[in-house]
Design a protein around this ligand. Sequence first.
Ligand SMILES: [Zn+2]
Length: 201
Amino acid sequence: MDYEKIGNFIAEERKAKKLTQAKLAEKLSVSEKTVSKWENGRGIPDTENLPKLCEIFDISINEILNGERFSSEDYKIKAEEKLLELQRQKTEGDKRLLNMEIVIGVICLTFYLPILLLAAYLDMPVWLKITLIVGGFIVFIVAKLFAIRIEQKAGYYLCEKCNHKYVPKFNQVLWSMHVNRTRYMKCPNCKKRSWQKKVVK
Ligand SMILES: [Zn+2]
């Protein structure tokens, strides 16, 4: 935070309200020295004084801490920046999730296939074979459901007919034909069935 800019801003706003440092100090129940300290950039109002100062100057805390008044255009730009920032974070998170899906798939296959082979070719009691095959299968299915859950939640599917982006229901994803992450599903917007690509933004 730029204390000097904030200090100058407070001084400007105070003068605009035709208040002396002493008068402002009185309104805030602080010493005149404190106000002078803020205006000289040697400190800023604490959380108790900030709201009071906002009320006196009729501005927002954000504006005081930025050391300037925002026009409504600035507000719009800042809100849009914030939205873009949130969108970026979601996209990053979705990419990470989708990478995790691949990792889960690879781990599953590298464990499950050898277990199946062992069970099929090694000499072992039948009960152990069955346990290995069934146990491995259950782990495989649970991991697969988990991976599909990730795929459903992360990012969107893009309808190739109408370009609508949407997050489908889990069941819809689970039972749809797919090639990798491209799935044959019914678009909730145009109601047509088509191959829909996974997109993260
Ligand atoms: Zn569509």
